[in-house]
Design a protein around this ligand. Structure first.
Ligand code: 13P
Length: 220
């Protein structure tokens, strides 16, 4: 069965207490979360919460993702978290988000290194592209189309345009699932996921409210 990916990217948000409260609400709906059919729900909290989220969700159908990984392997790279370390807690890793390209100067070359290290340690990259012309490294099977104008603005891309861009991306690559991200909410998610070109959503701001995220899962 083909998966429909529903990914929560918390970005650099939440204190420990806020994350605990989020989990309490989310887990109180575990019965609904057990029967999600083809929906692959993935939570990408900050690194500091991966351990606690892993202990809550290990053995369940909820998957975890890191938001980033080091472009280096293990070793003397102060401040970095590498793919081998992440694999202890997560199955996925977001790579190439426009916020990292724009604020941290991440280049195509660096992103290719990150993809290679993710694959080396058995992590599935969720590779973010800003349009059909963004370079996609070899070995990537899950891509998120996230137009910069739609991120955090409350103005998503039109479903028609998202559909067209996703179609163009798929046309140039084999075995690619393309997700849409940018101002996705429980009200608009179905406009995107009803397209057979769009295999899921990457949700930022709206995922910080656990009830809203649960509704996104439900309505997708
Ligand atoms: P928003 O849902 O807040 O627009 O963020 C989208 C995003 O960047 C997810 O990675």
């Amino acid at each position: 069965m083909e998966k429909l990916y529903i990914v929560a990217n918390f970005k650099s948000n939440m204190t420990n207490n806020e994350a605990k409260n989020w989990l309490d609400v989310f887990i109180s709906h575990k019965q609904e979360l057990k029967n999600m059919g083809d929906k692959e729900v993935i939570l990408a909290p900050t690194f500091t919460f991966l351990l606690s989220f892993n202990s809550v969700f290990s053995g369940t159908n909820i998957k975890l993702s890191a938001q980033n990984l080091s472009p280096f392997d293990e070793g003397a790279f102060t401040g970095e978290v590498n793919g081998k370390q992440i694999k202890d807690f997560a199955d996925y890793v977001i790579i190439g988000h426009s916020e990292r390209r724009n604020n941290f100067g991440e280049t195509d070359e660096m992103l290719t290194k990150k993809v290679n290290l993710a694959l080396k340690y058995g992590l599935t990259p969720i590779f973010c592209v800003q349009g059909k012309d963004t370079n996609i490294p070899q070995g990537v099977n899950v891509v998120a189309y996230e137009p910069v104008f739609a991120i955090g603005t409350g103005t998503p891309d039109t479903p028609e345009n998202a559909d067209k861009v996703c179609e163009d991306i798929i046309a140039n690559h084999d075995n690619l699932s393309v997700l849409y991200g940018g101002s996705v909410t429980s009200d608009n998610v179905a406009n995107f996921t009803k397209s057979d070109k769009i295999k899921g959503v990457l949700v930022g701001g709206a995922s910080l409210d656990p009830m809203e995220f649960l509704n996104i899962i439900k309505n997708a």
